[in-house]
Design a protein around this ligand. Structure first.
Ligand SMILES: Nc1ncnc2c1ncn2[C@@H]1O[C@H](COP(=O)(O)OP(=O)(O)OP(=O)(O)O)[C@@H](O)[C@H]1O
Ligand SMILES: [Mg+2]
Length: 146
């Protein structure tokens, strides 16, 4: 079997751990000549889903939330040495686990790279909930960076 990924997806949420995940993802993309896809998912405020029945439009969300997440993409883009790497940044809205899987499927990713933990405030011994759910549900190989 050959592993010839078209793209490598990495989830970034502003945490240091996801920053390390992005570094590794960038190096894998570079060495495999695959596209690097930096993804950040804006999670709508708690309770939003049930209210109108339909997912909120980006416009409906507070501008600060969306902008904050754009900053996360920009910060990673600048920090990673990406010259010579084909990459794109993607901002999604919704549930981080399902959006990451959807983007990976759309981009025919050969790998999703994530951190073991993220920007959540809970001090955890185990995986964060996004990491945990991704490991359980992803149809694409997952790499978890401690
Ligand atoms: N909103 C997001 N957008 C993109 N990637 C994300 C997002 N949230 C988490 N990730 C990815 O998943 C990894 C693990 O984060 P996770 O959210 O599971 O941990 P946590 O924030 O510590 O815990 P929790 O969110 O359950 O409180 C992060 O390092 C990042 O790679
Ligand atoms: Mg989190």
């Amino acid at each position: 079997m050959t592993w010839n990924p078209k793209s490598i997806v990495v989830g970034v949420d502003g945490s240091e751990t996801s920053g390390r995940a992005a570094e590794i993802a960038a190096e894998i993309a570079r060495s495999r000549e695959a596209k690097l896809v930096l993804v950040t998912v804006v999670r709508p405020p708690e309770g939003w889903w049930g209210i109108g029945g339909a997912p909120p439009t980006p416009e409906a969300l507070s501008a600060a939330l969306v902008e904050g997440q754009q900053q996360v993409l920009k910060e990673n883009e600048e920090r990673l040495a990406l010259d010579g790497v084909d990459y794109e940044t993607v901002e999604e809205l919704g549930d981080p686990t399902s959006r990451l899987i959807a983007v990976a499927e759309e981009r025919e990713a050969g790998l999703i790279v994530i951190g073991k933990r993220g920007a959540g405030l809970a001090e955890r011994v185990m995986l964060g909930s996004v990491a945990d759910r991704l490991c359980h549900h992803s149809p694409v190989p997952v790499m978890v960076v401690p």
